[in-house]
Design a protein around this ligand. Sequence first.
Ligand SMILES: [Zn+2]
Length: 250
Amino acid sequence: MKRARKLVEKSSRVMIFTGPGISAASGIPCSGDIRPGAGNCPSDCREVYVPVSYQQFVDSTMFKQIHWKFLYSSYALYRAARPNAAHEAVINLEKRGKLLAVATQNEDNLHRLAGTGTDKLIELHGTWLYAECLDCYDWIPMEDIFLAFAKDECPPMCHCGGWLKPAPLMKGEELERENLIKAFQAARDCDLIISAGSSLYAEPSSSVPLAAKAAGKPYIIINPNRTAQDSVADIKLEGDAGALLPELFA
Ligand SMILES: [Zn+2]
């Protein structure tokens, strides 16, 4: 921690890469990395839901309904979640004028709720705030969609007549190119890269911190468990981001 704090002290353009581990304390269950004991999943964590793939969603009304039902069942939890000490610590770093960018795998909107500037936030896996029209690409607030969905459970449609797809990334869906470009640009521009709460297995998002390391930037990983990139990190802090990030950025 002492060495890590010195690195932060010396840096003026810190990039932070966050994963599901930083949202656990806000009540968001882990998803995505479902291998038992891997990443941030406790060993008793099992995914009961078999994710609908992007292609299934696009091809079939039935799969659209299954996926929207699944999202609706988790909506109350996402809606109630509030930022925790890890998100607040990132704000603290931004206030100190040292934050270049936050690239996150999380779709939970908690960095935005904590107050991270929109110009600094890159939500690589989408966000729970919106759904996108598959035809006209208009964005519709999730809140409005679920109000209607609660009544009839019909897959929602856009005002143009096209189907709406939830903005959180689906299995088999490509990441938004513009976001990836922004994230890799920040990885080149930063002078310190910190990964927090990610097992760093999900690709291509996990290549972002790796790109910064490849460009010669010091690399700190914060995670309670083993990650896919421990061997390339300059410093690994083992523990919960909610406890370690506030200490690191104090
Ligand atoms: Zn539309």
